[in-house]
Design a protein. Sequence first.
Length: 100
Amino acid sequence: MSAIDRIAIRRVDVERATVISAQPFGAVVSKLAAAIGHPDMSEFARAVTAARTSADLEAAVNAAIGTAGLMEMAHFDIGEVLRKDMPGAPKRCASSSAIR
């Protein structure tokens, strides 16, 4: 049995949200960003590692989440990716990976 055969696979339901607004793009992105926690991931990893109990771990997570109850795990500029192959692609696109 190879190492890959021993990897546990777990399905996770994911929700995608699309925001349609008459407000300027920057205003919408700012409001969304303000509601999501943006922890220093190195510091967060240290806090998770240092947690000795589930209460300690919960405290570390609660300190990292924003008012929406979400924490950003990664942030990508989808427009940057699209512009590599499509020079006319929009310059104002953003995608975040957040967990609850």
